[in-house]
Write a protein that binds this ligand. Structure first.
Ligand SMILES: [Zn+2]
Length: 115
C-alpha cells in the first residue's frame, strides 16, 4: 500500500494498469510521485505519476502503489512485507484493510451479554 506518499517518493505499481485496453503501467514498474493532487470527484485518486508508455500523467490511489523505500530509514522494502526490514516502520493503511472488525460501532449482543 502506498498511503501517505509525498511528491518525489519512488513506488512500484501493485498491478497492471489499463486504460481503454492499453497498458499504461505494468506491475512492479517503478514510478515516481510527481505531485499530490486529489481528483475533486474522487479524492482517493491523488498521486500523480507519469506513464512511460503514453507520456501522460495519471492520478492513482494509494491502493495502486507501494513504496519502494522506507520513509524512516531509507531501506529497500521487501515486496511482500508490511513493515520495514531495518526499522519499526509499518506500511500505513494496513489497519484499514484488516481492522474493520474492531471499528467502534453499536454494541453487539453475544448471547449472554452485550460486549
Ligand atoms: Zn525503515
Amino acid at each position: 500500500m502506498g498511503y501517505g506518499l509525498r511528491a518525489g517518493d519512488i513506488c512500484l505499481m501493485q498491478n497492471d494498469y489499463l486504460l481503454d485496453g492499453k497498458l499504461i503501467f505494468s506491475r512492479e514498474e517503478e514510478v515516481k510521485i510527481e505531485d499530490v493532487d486529489p481528483d475533486p470527484k474522487a479524492p482517493g485518486l491523488k498521486y500523480v505519476v507519469r506513464s512511460k508508455t503514453s507520456g501522460s500523467r495519471f492520478r492513482l490511489s494509494g491502493r495502486d502503489l507501494k513504496r519502494k523505500f522506507c520513509p524512516e530509514c531509507g531501506a529497500l522494502l521487501i515486496s511482500l512485507g508490511n513493515n520495514c526490514p531495518e526499522c519499526i516502520w509499518v506500511v500505513p493503511g494496513k489497519e484499514d484493510l484488516f481492522g474493520r472488525k474492531t471499528v467502534p460501532g453499536s454494541p453487539r449482543s453475544h448471547g449472554s451479554g452485550v460486549i
